[in-house]
Ligand binder design. Structure first.
Ligand code: PGA
Length: 249
């Protein structure tokens, strides 16, 4: 059985007061036993969030990290720093990191390796742009992103990987991939993993969908066979919306 996962990516939102309010609302909700619920606050809110969520089954995860252990990298955070405050999962390769901060698949590959070497779990994001889908290149683009960033990894580390397919045209736009589009791509990805590794690695891998998941579409998307949950941006900032989404399986 694959994990069901719903992760909220807060991006650069929520100061210490908003964090406290949102998390206390989440805490008072019923978290389904069979869903791993995660929140990804900004770096400055990680410790407070860990404290506030102590003794709950909501995990606190990071939005990014640097591949280096330490050194002259002004403004950056290492895997060891995250592990030091017991943040054990990190999102790598979000499309905003790719497009705004110029993180290529080569750079992301190093980040993934560093996180896995530090024994962290990685949520690796990837997905095509609108033009690439319009020209019917979406499968090729996704295959290449996975090949460059992930397919040199040994099979053993795949138990610590979660994939998040996030078509760029659906992120923050209110436009979602249809459940069928998500399912088709997820099935294709699972097939690629089976070809490059083996069937059981592919079967055990959680593949999340991200891009304008909302309370009114989560159930339909999550009910697709190869969709194991979601990475949620905007709707994870509103307690009621996020609760409805992680309760939607
Ligand atoms: P969105 O963001 O849900 O606001 O579209 C998804 C994401 O960026 O992970």
């Amino acid at each position: 059985m694959r994990d069901k996962i719903v992760a909220g990516n807060w991006k650069m939102n929520n100061d210490q007061y908003q964090t406290k309010e949102l998390l206390s609302n989440l805490k008072s909700s019923k978290i389904p036993d069979d869903v791993r619920v995660m929140v990804a606050p900004s770096f400055t809110q990680l410790s407070q969030s860990k404290n506030l969520l102590n003794n709950t089954n909501i995990s606190v995860i990071a939005q990014n990290m640097n591949a280096a252990h330490s050194g002259a990298y002004t403004g950056e955070i290492s895997a060891d720093m995250l592990k030091g405050i017991e943040v054990n999962t990190v999102i790598i390769g979000h499309s905003e990191r790719r497009s705004i901060f110029n993180e290529s698949d080569e750079i992301l590959k190093e980040k993934v390796k560093a996180a896995l070497a530090a024994d962290m779990e990685v949520i690796f994001c990837f997905g095509e742009e609108l033009q690439e889908r319009k020209t019917n290149n979406h499968y090729k683009v996704v295959a290449n992103q996975l090949k460059v960033a992930l397919f040199e990894l040994p099979e053993i580390v795949w138990k610590n990987l979660i994939l998040a397919y996030e078509p760029v045209w659906a992120i923050g736009t209110g436009e979602t991939a249809s459940p069928q589009q998500a399912q088709e791509m997820h099935a294709y990805i699972r097939k690629l993993i089976a070809q490059n590794y083996n069937q059981s690695t592919a079967e055990n891998l959680a593949i999340l969908y991200g891009g304008s998941v909302k309370p009114n579409n989560a159930k339909e998307i999550f009910s697709e066979q190869d969709v194991d949950g979601g990475l949620i941006g905007g709707a994870s900032l509103k307690a009621n919306d996020f609760i409805e989404i992680f309760s939607a399986f």
